[in-house]
Structure formats: C-alpha cells, structure tokens
Design a protein around this ligand. Structure first.
Ligand SMILES: [Fe+2]
Ligand SMILES: [Fe+2]
Length: 138
C-alpha cells in the first residue's frame, strides 16, 4: 500500500476568515477519517467508504458554494477561474466514485493522497489568493 499520509492543519493555512478555516479543518478531518478506514482491512473499508465519500462530497460542495459567495460579494476578479477549479475537483471526485466504492485498498490509498495533497495545495495557493484580495479591499 502507498504511504499513509496524515493531513495536518498548520496555522499558515489560515486564510484569515474563521468560518472558512473551520471548513478547511473539517475537510482535513474527513480525509483523515478516510485514511483511518484504509487501515481496517478490505471488508470493513468496503462497508464504511460509501459514507465517508458521501460526507466528503456533500461537505465539499457546501464549502465551495460558501467560498464562491464570498468571492462574488467582493467581486473577486479570479472568481470564474476559481469556480472552474472547484467544479473540476467535484467532477474528479464523481468520476472516481466507482473505483473508490469497489473497495480496492491500493486505489483508495492513492486517491486519498491525491485528495489531501490537492486540498492542502488549493488552500495554500488559490484560497489564499481570493482571501488576500478581499482582505486588501476591507
Ligand atoms: Fe477552500
Ligand atoms: Fe477554493
């Protein structure tokens, strides 16, 4: 199995909006829960993965929509581009659903690493960009 990374919140990930920081922390918690069930063996993983992925997709969609509201209110010039990044992430998650639900631990580990790396990078770069823009307007 590939390396079992744990995704950790660090203060430099904060974008300076408490509510959005809380969303990001919650997303990391869900991803670490995904990591946890990979350790339980295939049978148990297969039972639990559906619920975790549902939780992850629902919360991600809610979170993206909230961010997009913020960007729209403040007329962030990168709004469309950021929204497209969100949409393509949601689509990627949907496309991988059957692979995840198949219960293959190796694929699950690979995809959970992708999700965590993507999220940390997205917060560190793209989310900081819109947040810095809004802070500069206040
Ligand atoms: Fe975000
Ligand atoms: Fe974002």
């Amino acid at each position: 199995m590939s390396e079992n990374k744990i995704f950790q919140w660090t203060d430099d990930l904060s974008i300076g909006f408490e509510e959005i920081d809380l969303h990001h922390k919650k997303l990391l918690l869900i991803l670490n829960k995904f990591k946890d069930i990979l350790m339980l063996g295939e049978a148990e993983y297969k039972i639990q993965i559906g619920k975790i992925i549902k939780n992850l997709s629902d919360y991600t969609e809610y979170h993206f929509a909230e961010e997009e509201k913020f960007m729209k209110i403040y007329d962030y010039p990168g709004y469309e581009a950021h929204r497209e990044i969100h949409t393509s992430f949601i689509n990627k998650l949907k496309t991988h659903l059957p692979i995840l639900l198949s219960g293959n631990l190796q694929k699950g580990a690979e995809f959970s690493n992708f999700l965590g790396d993507w999220l940390l990078d997205h917060i560190a770069v793209a989310d900081h960009q819109w947040a810095d823009y809004i802070h500069s307007k206040k």
